[in-house]
Design a protein around this ligand. Sequence first.
Ligand code: CTP
Ligand code: MN
Ligand code: MN
Length: 528
Amino acid sequence: MALLPRKKRCKGIPTSTVSQDHLGRNSPVGEVKFGEVGIFLVERRMGSSRRRFLTELARKKGFRVEEQMSESVTHVVSENNTGKEVLDLLEKRNGISRTGFTAALVDIAWFTESMGAGRPLEVESRHQLQVTREAVAVTEVSISSYACQRRTVLKNKNRLFTEALKVLAEAAELNESEGRYLAFSKASSILKSLPYTVTKMEDLQGIPSLGVHSRKVIKEILEDGTCSEVENILQNERYQTLKRFTSIFGVGVKTADKWYREGLRTLDELRASNVKLTREQEAGLLYHNDLSAPVTRTEADLIKQIVERAVHKFLPATVVTLTGGFRREKEFGHDVDLLITHPEEGKEEGLICQVINWMTTEGLILYGDITGNSYKGRSKDPGIFDHFEKCLSIFKLKKELVNNLESEKLSHCDSLAGDKTRGIDLADHTEAAQQVTVAAAGSKDWKAVRVDLVIAPYSQYAYALLGWTGSRLFERDLRRYAKHSKNMSLSSHSLFDNEQNIFLPAATEEGIFAHLGLEYIPPRERNA
Ligand code: CTP
Ligand code: MN
Ligand code: MN
């Protein structure tokens, strides 16, 4: 689209929307419609007047444009600069470290196209400024081999490699080869944390946790676009079958392998066989279709609300927190993880039985298995598993309620955005309405969703929250770091200092990081 000169644009701006920018100049500021996107325009080669014009234009369209580079910036937009030049500049002028840099570095094309569309567009590779390893200055990069000392957001610049390594890790897990599983998982995780896309082998110099095998895989992908070993695994019948069977709730690798060796290949064959299933596996197989569909953020929010209402019936001050992947800001998950506690320690005992019984009679739960609290006082030697009272369950979620909450969220956006967005939002409503129709047309009006409910006594709540937020690798490395670097034992219950021979209580996650002498990493950066 052609951008109009600044003077013409300013004419029609009502004075009520004029406010002062940080320099005290009057500038038009529309209502922010896309708060989650923060734009920073690089002035170099753009010039100050064009920058000002583009800033005003974007703000008028409801974009949030920051005058200064800050943590809330998600898109750094520049014109006629290379990625390296922008990083150099941000470092020199704004003191932004290139290693911890998480915003997208995009070309002006992304900006103009987004203005044209009236909304922030997905960043495509053609929009991205290439940042090579050299630009991230070899000497400055010091990447920890502990995931708990790295910041890993969901945006991953090396998906091509991490997806391949994930397949290798899964295959190793299905072969019960723990060492190989860890090696490939770590390699994948370290690539996820890199602030640049690997384009040649030299980009990997000095990066820890990358073994010979992982490097070979990356090299092959760089040369051929794919890795033959990964392609072979994906075609492998045993891999496919074991993945299929372990995707059933309650089925582990050993069971899946046993069924495979007995000649079973598909879920239908399993259903038709006389294999003895546990109660959990029976439910897993029965609701497999629903349980294989990703759980959405709205579904997770709704389930949290339902559980909150249920626990408050029995104990009004009970606190319910969404943990797991959703707390790390994932948009989709395989289940919903909820942590439950009560400020008066002891009150939480027995609560879960009451709640599950009530929800079952209300028809809200399809399956539930409660495990009692097996915590035998404080243990200095934390095992792999925690000992909290918990319920692994399957909820029966009314699709109508999901649609209602979805519409509520949409209309909330609508009222926030005001008249200017009506066109876009109406389109979204149409989509939502279509979903309602689809749901109504489907054979059933509910969806089965896996939910983990965990009950933590208040004094252990921070540890439980940290332990249940994940990711799996982040948790593993937190414990490894505690043990090897601090001579401490960390679990979802407590932290024990083996040198001082004392437990270190904590009321918050920040407190735990502080005990460990670690910089605090917020949940959204724990996607290792
Ligand atoms: N966890 C645990 N003990 C278990 C199961 C899980 O401590 N018996 C912790 C793990 O550290 C994990 C977190 O709870 O990181 C959430 O587990 P899970 O639901 O399996 O993974 P998510 O990260 O939530 O991923 P997804 O979106 O696939 O659910
Ligand atoms: Mn989860
Ligand atoms: Mn879970």
